[in-house]
Write a protein that binds this ligand. Structure first.
Ligand SMILES: Cc1cc2nc3c(=O)[nH]c(=O)nc-3n(C[C@H](O)[C@H](O)[C@H](O)COP(=O)(O)OP(=O)(O)OC[C@H]3O[C@@H](n4cnc5c(N)ncnc54)[C@H](O)[C@@H]3O)c2cc1C
Length: 400
């Protein structure tokens, strides 16, 4: 077993697999080869040879037209046997997920699909995949001599990948397919490619009506972004399934992701862990808040949630003391400014304590965003709070 073999019907995904596969192969002492099949395979093969494969096997035989899973699995098995592949990486696209288990069966190999991370630990490959509906990550090892992994697009980055000059070898196959294509029709309606989008505006159930999605379109147009959605909106058939981001949809890695009316459930956020900047639209004050550089899937629920609870309780307690002691007779604006200053002190101290050693990105924009959120959010809330106390009395305000 001397080779790591890479295949995806999508050239961009095959390139990513090559970039990641090369690093893994170097650690495992394997060579790297790739396979390009179907119409346009010759161009794809040249691309993959330049992207770092030592050898690219290529065939434009008609049986691979449309990449039927049975024929592709048979073709892959033939090349894997011939090249002595010990590890096969297949793109975990819809077609890839059909192909990988068929290939594994032919090779007598173990197979893991929907792989979201693949690393070498103590000389062995360890695959990560989301389990329990995305609530946790299972780490899995294959114990068979040949191993097949279907790796999700965007798991590996091609950034900084060193170019190569591999050989392209035309391969002849003796492969048949049980699939007979009778007709081909272009997909109707909503077709987008979120994987490649540089910026995404993602709409969630916070949108009360289908017509309101025009607002997301406007924001996307202003940012040069593509509109994506949570599963909820696709279930309502307000937007097409191609636009779902997350466990059941696309895994994206845009430069900017802006979520609008989204709660940030794990099944959704696993689809945006590759985003470089993540923003949340707070609709009541019409703000986009950039909360950080790739803060990760637990961000919404963990860090901000904990901090909000700690900061809110402490700032509420501090206000009571502060106001009773020093600001009893001051106008409400002064009270609100006093409150937001104390809230800020607790918020920043809270971040440092809760996240020490600091795991949050320390970009100036992050700190500005936190300050901005604190100042506007708590300023607005406390203005309203003191106004209500003044107008209605403390007991009725508490009830409200
Ligand atoms: C096996 C499985 C797979 C799944 N796969 C996916 C997947 O791939 N992708 C996916 O997205 N989901 C997926 N889900 C569903 C997921 O669990 C959540 O139900 C879904 O992501 C929630 O979508 P949402 O954030 O739009 O809605 P909600 O959770 O209802 O959140 C709506 C948010 O909008 C806010 N809001 C309300 N009104 C406004 C307003 N006026 N302005 C601003 N905000 C407002 C609310 O406060 C709330 O935070 C999956 C679930 C399961 C079980």
């Amino acid at each position: 077993m001397t080779e790591l073999l890479v295949y995806s019907e999508r050239v961009d995904t095959a390139r990513e697999l090559l970039a990641g596969g090369r690093e893994l192969a170097a650690k495992l002492g394997l060579g790297v080869s790739a396979l390009a099949l179907g119409p346009g395979a010759a161009a794809a093969a040249a691309d993959l040879a330049a992207a770092g494969a030592d050898t690219v096997y290529v065939s434009e035989e008609a049986v691979f037209d449309g990449w039927p899973a049975d024929a592709v699995a048979a073709g892959l098995a033939q090349v894997a046997g011939q090249a002595g592949a010990g590890v096969v990486l297949v793109g975990s696209t819809r077609r890839g997920k059909e192909t990988a288990p068929r290939l594994a069966q032919k090779l007598g190999a173990g197979c893991v699909t929907d792989v979201s991370s693949l690393v070498v630990e103590d000389g062995e490959l360890v695959a990560g995949r989301y389990a329990f509906g995305g609530a946790t990550v299972a780490r899995e090892k294959l114990t068979t001599p040949v191993k097949v992994f279907a790796v999700m697009p965007k798991t590996f980055s091609t950034e900084g990948a060193t170019p190569g000059a591999g050989a392209v070898v035309t391969q002849t196959f003796t492969v048949e397919s049980k699939v007979k294509v009778l007709d081909r029709r272009a997909k109707e309606g909503d077709v987008v490619n979120l994987d490649a989008a540089p910026a995404i505006v993602c709409a969630g159930r916070g949108f009360g009506a289908r017509e309101d999605l025009a607002l997301a379109d406007d924001l996307a147009a202003a940012l040069g972004a593509v509109v994506g959605c949570t599963k909820s909106l696709a279930d309502f058939e307000w937007l097409g399934e191609d636009r779902i981001i997350g466990l059941s949809g696309a895994k994206t890695a845009p430069d900017l992701y802006v979520g609008v009316g989204i709660s940030g459930q794990i099944q959704h956020t696993v689809g945006i862990t590759g985003a470089k900047l993540i923003g949340v639209v707070i609709s009541f004050i019409g703000l986009i808040i950039i909360v950080g550089r790739n803060p990760g899937s637990g961000f919404f629920s963990n860090v901000l949630g904990e901090l909000a609870v700690i900061a809110a309780s402490l700032s509420y307690a501090s206000t009571s003391v502060f106001v009773r002691r020093f600001l009893r007779d001051q106008p409400t604006t002064v009270l609100a400014i006093g409150q937001l200053a104390s809230a800020e002190v607790f918020l920043l101290a809270g971040i440092l304590l809760a996240e020490w050693p600091l795991r949050l990105p320390t970009l100036p924009i992050t700190w500005l965003s936190v300050l901005w959120l604190g100042i506007l959010g708590s300023g607005f809330a406390y203005l309203l709070y003191f106004y209500l106390i003044k107008e209605m009395g403390a007991s009725r305000t508490t009830t409200v």
